[in-house]
Design a binder for this molecule. Sequence first.
Ligand SMILES: Cc1cc2nc3c(=O)[nH]c(=O)nc-3n(C[C@H](O)[C@H](O)[C@H](O)COP(=O)(O)OP(=O)(O)OC[C@H]3O[C@@H](n4cnc5c(N)ncnc54)[C@H](O)[C@@H]3O)c2cc1C
Length: 407
Amino acid sequence: MKVVVVGGSMAGLACAHALFSAGCKQVIVLEKARTLKSAGAGLALDSQTCQALAEWQLHQQLMDSTLPLTIDQNQATESKSKATRVLARDENFNCRAAHWSDLHKLLYDKLPRDTVHWGHEVVSFRQSGDGLGVTVEVKMAQTDQTIEIDGDLLVAADGSMSLIRKHFVPHQHRRYLGYCAWRGVFDYSKNDSPEMVASIKKVYPDLGKCLYFDLAKGSHSVFYELHGKRINWLWYVNQPEPHMQMNSLTAKVDKIAIEKMHEEASETWVPELSALIKATPEPFINVLYDREPLKQFVWGHVVLVGDAAHPTSPHGVRSTNMSIMDASVLGQSIAKWGFDKISTALAEYESIRLPVTSQQVLYSRHLGLLKQGFLFDPPHSFPWFEADADLCEQLLQRNMPFFKSHS
Ligand SMILES: Cc1cc2nc3c(=O)[nH]c(=O)nc-3n(C[C@H](O)[C@H](O)[C@H](O)COP(=O)(O)OP(=O)(O)OC[C@H]3O[C@@H](n4cnc5c(N)ncnc54)[C@H](O)[C@@H]3O)c2cc1C
């Protein structure tokens, strides 16, 4: 059985681990980026995902490169007076905070050396007449040549703008969520802002183990600490959809936009949080989209995983968790049924992952609408200071469907 994986980010590399663990001898990952990059920012890994990584012998490296996230706390900030109120707190959150690059490198380093082929962009693919074989056409960045590669199974891990999903579901478009995220990572490892760090830790004493959400009118922010003395933050701002280049998710920002964002941070957040935002070099904007859940993930010997299968909004901290669990379940189904019964294995994968990921995508969308105040009348006005216990409870990650068990 030769498996061709398209995309060498989280879902693709996790699938390679899962397929090797399932006994597959030939797995190649085709990634259009030319090299392993240091990119991205923070993400939260839940306990199921950490367990899957441990099953691929990555437990120790994971512990060494991540910090605990044992608390999920949501609080409201009244921007004028800067008064704050804790709305909901879960002290059994049981997640880990990782930097995207650290996790990506960890997954990459533990694969056999010749697994990932950088600078290999899949430009088209076809299935054989009997549906049992797949051929991909690959453009190689180094030579500009195009080659063909055959496989018995094609795993589409090519992200939210997936070429392979588009082939099967051509008319489904991404949905703009109604807001964008400013984001950045503040690195204090060189200890050049000791007072700022001390003052933020005074106001947010659980930094280092807490996923902090701050909610203001029509807006919310998230921040948490990463391994290596880095603080990851995001700030969601309601606005019309910016004009974007096809396939792009990151909007360009200039000095004026950053200055304006800094001013608004001072107006919106407590001084310690706005100081963190202002001290972060090179903040950037993610334009946020999701898609309606699909009705299938498998077409013959082609299977969708990760963001290619279920692009989601970030509020349920799901995308990387879902990708790794897709890989884990795919590997387990193949190990259970064997390569002779690959169609049964793929059907089982789909039957387990489709309901879980569909509900998680929809709940994550709901969390975003709730926290950005879209669900209230007038809009942007969640009644933070009058909210009752039931409404506050909805803010917590533990209400995500299948949060404790992915299947
Ligand atoms: C560089 C980078 C940095 C990121 N940083 C963060 C972060 O800080 N926090 C966070 O929560 N999420 C981040 N993400 C997104 C996160 O990885 C995903 O949302 C989630 O983990 C699902 O992963 P995925 O592998 O399905 O999709 P993606 O991470 O989007 O990966 C898709 C991969 O497929 C490759 N690809 C696409 N088309 C082709 C093709 N035709 N041929 C070959 N390769 C192709 C892309 O280059 C990419 O590497 C980042 C993604 C990338 C690529």
